[in-house]
Design a protein around this ligand. Structure first.
Ligand code: ADP
Length: 260
């Protein structure tokens, strides 16, 4: 499905030349579809909390607020849904900023071990509630010049997912390795795993294996797309291995510069 446009040179000119422009229409159509699917999905995702907010507020105004117990219960739901909306809008904006390369690169000396430890602190409570063991393994401190906030976002999204998709008494391990020119970060969990047929799709925007589980835990379906774009912006790669009921391992490889 390739469109060809041919612009002939001057008639009668010796050694007549043509310029041939090749457009890969398949790719253009694919990108158009990705964009319009995104708008459809985003609108649908945004509508879910908005519908809940309207419904609960309306019921309260219609008289339910006279019962203090119901009033409190509904206000809590409204607060939770407003939060969900907030996270969703932030994720959508973040994704579009990274995609349009609007986030400036800020290079500084960073310590990946420290970044991993601070990500652990954020998920510590959720992990303790499920008695999930968080562990960092690294032969030495991994220090290099890079964009701190991008590394924080990549790691925190992967660690958040690892904890989120792991049940009681599981474990989440972050393994760090540094070679001559690459930093390798593995986030390994003993969680629910990902079915083989879904593996290639989980980096797509809004794609979830189990919609209910993701939504209940406050997931937006955008975390891994954000990770994928961030990794790409750092010229790195991301891969995933998973076994249902055994666990998943996400491996991120990022090149780095030795000197500032
Ligand atoms: P979500 O907000 O739904 O977690 P993500 O983009 O972060 O969105 O992930 C997409 C989907 O991939 C999730 O809904 C989940 O089904 C699956 N997934 C991601 N990380 C893991 C993991 N560590 N273990 C099992 N499933 C995962």
């Amino acid at each position: 499905d390739v469109n060809t446009v041919s612009i002939p040179g001057k008639m009668g000119e010796k050694g007549n030349k043509s310029i041939v422009l090749l457009y890969d229409i398949t790719e253009i159509r694919r990108l158009e579809k990705v964009r319009s699917d995104f708008v459809t999905n985003a609108s649908h995702e945004l509508r879910t909390p908005v519908t809940a907010l309207k419904g609960f507020a309306e019921t309260l105004l219609d008289g339910a607020m006279d019962n203090p117990l119901i009033l409190k219960q509904f206000l809590e739901i409204i607060f939770k849904e407003a939060n969900r909306l907030d996270v969703l809008v932030n994720d959508i904006l973040e994704l579009s900023r990274i995609e349009q390369k609007q986030v400036p690169m800020h290079i500084e000396r960073i310590n990946i071990n420290q970044i991993a430890e601070s990500c652990f602190q954020v998920v510590q409570q959720a992990a303790s509630e499920k008695r999930i063991k968080l562990q960092l393994s690294a032969e030495k401190e991994v220090i290099f010049n890079g964009d701190k906030s991008r590394f924080e976002q990549i790691l925190s999204n992967l660690i958040y997912n690892a904890v989120n998709y792991t049940d009681q008494d599981g474990s989440v391990d972050v393994l760090l390795e540094q070679t001559q020119d690459e930093v390798i970060i593995k986030v390994k969990d003993s969680g629910i795993g990902i079915p083989e047929e879904d593996l290639s799709r989980i980096f797509e925007r809004f794609y979830r294996v189990d919609k209910a589980r993701s939504r209940n835990s406050g997931g937006t379906g955008l975390g891994l797309s954000i990770v994928r774009y961030l990794v790409k912006s750092l010229n790195g790669s991301i891969a995933v291995e998973s076994k249902l009921g055994i666990g998943s391992t996400f491996t991120v490889r990022l090149p780095y510069k030795k000197e500032m």
